[in-house]
Ligand binder design. Structure first.
Ligand SMILES: NC(=O)c1ccc[n+]([C@@H]2O[C@H](COP(=O)([O-])OP(=O)(O)OC[C@H]3O[C@@H](n4cnc5c(N)ncnc54)[C@H](OP(=O)(O)O)[C@@H]3O)[C@@H](O)[C@H]2O)c1
Length: 335
């Protein structure tokens, strides 16, 4: 099969298109003929090997252990392992090509990828392969941080970075649960955010939401450009702050540990501050998250927005565009 291969960490220009063997599948895995895979910030992290700590976290110390990038995909099942019960060849699916949550290559930038059954759901007929591929990884992160049980009608929710992959899904899920949503991003994305259902929008280049009069029951902070102390000012007395975090493609430094120290400080602070969540017992499994995403996609409550689609052999260009081109919506690779 044709696949994008990463022999070392570094600039996306080091990626090459190569003929390699199709991946073997385990007993609980399926082989997917990939129709679309998304290009998102974590792909950039593993291709560049930054922050360096990810190399110690399972990605591979000197070079990636698994050489084919990409973590989420949509496509058609072509073979199933012997323990797979819910999928069969010919099924159109979307999801992740890896278990759990990790910073490593998942093999989606290829004509075929192996994926665990538990990380996939049947693709609804009303969304394209490109849209379905865009929903999986960003949707899983969003649901881990915004479990449905925490969302209530009438809640005031602010999504900082609402025009990005995670933010756009957070806005739509919050609206699907009847919340009043304010989306923050730069001016060029405000029309998109309104079209996703946001009740109010704020251009971060003109207005600082932490200094406004409005108070929020929940702040979902993707870019993390304000300190927790600043965001706290914009919370109701019982409001909650959730940091997703973003390293802005290395532009903010933090080459060694990325946002991890900040997450560590928030975990410690959460022992004393009610605005920070303690251990979340209602976090969905990947299977549950995929089923929830499928339900919202099928009901038309979640519509992933695609900026542009690149052919597989332009993976490097697609990653460069993600990091430097200010896409409005997801960037997709299509074999
Ligand atoms: N998307 C995924 O599939 C996925 C999966 C796993 C983990 N994650 C992690 O989740 C994080 C977010 O990912 P993402 O896909 O949502 O990133 P993204 O698509 O780059 O979205 C971030 C958004 O924040 C905006 N932004 C930047 N600076 C801002 C500011 N000062 N105030 C308000 N908004 C600002 C960006 O707009 P600009 O155009 O102005 O920069 C962009 O719209 C990343 O750390 C990523 O590693 C993402």
């Amino acid at each position: 099969m044709r696949a994008i291969v990463q022999d070392r960490y570094g600039s996306p220009e080091g990626l090459v298109l190569r003929e390699i063997e199709r991946p073997p599948i385990g007993d609980d895995e399926v082989l997917v003929e990939v129709r679309a895979a998304s290009v998102h910030p974590d792909v950039w992290h593993v291709v560049t090997g930054r922050p360096f700590v990810l190399r110690l976290m399972g990605s591979g110390l000197r070079r990636p252990k698994y050489p084919v990038p990409g973590t989420d995909l949509a496509g058609v099942v072509t073979a199933v392992g012997r323990d797979v019960t819910g999928l069969k060849p010919g099924d159109e699916v979307f999801g992740e090509s890896m278990r759990g949550l990790s910073w490593r290559n998942g093999g989606a930038f290829a004509e075929y990828a192996a994926a665990p059954e538990e990380a996939l759901a049947v693709k609804p007929a009303n969304v394209t392969f490109e849209q379905a591929a865009a929903a999986a990884t960003a949707g899983y992160i969003t649901l881990l941080n915004l479990p449905s049980g925490r969302l209530r009608p009438g809640q005031r929710i602010l999504v900082n970075g609402a025009g990005g992959g995670v933010g756009a899904i957070a806005v739509q899920l919050a609206k699907a649960h009847g919340a009043h949503v304010t989306g923050v991003d730069h001016g060029g994305k405000l029309d998109l955010i309104r079209s996703l259902g946001a009740d109010q929008v704020i251009d971060y280049t003109r207005e600082d939401f932490t200094r406004g009069e409005q108070r929020y029951d929940l702040i979902v902070d993707v870019p993390g450009n304000h300190s927790f102390a600043e965001c706290r000012r914009a919370l109701t007395p019982d409001g909650t702050y959730v940091l997703i975090g973003h390293d802005h493609y290395g532009r903010v430094g933090r080459r060694w540990l990325g946002s991890l120290p900040r997450f560590g400080r928030l975990v410690i602070l959460s022992l004393f501050d009610r605005h920070l969540r303690r251990g979340e017992s209602s976090r969905p499994s990947k299977k549950q998250a995929m089923d929830t995403l499928r339900t919202h996609l099928e009901a038309g409550q979640l519509t992933p927005v695609i900026d542009r689609t690149y052919p597989l052999d332009q993976a490097a260009e697609a990653i460069r565009y993600l990091a430097e081109g200010e896409p409005v919506g997801r960037v997709i690779l299509s074999p």
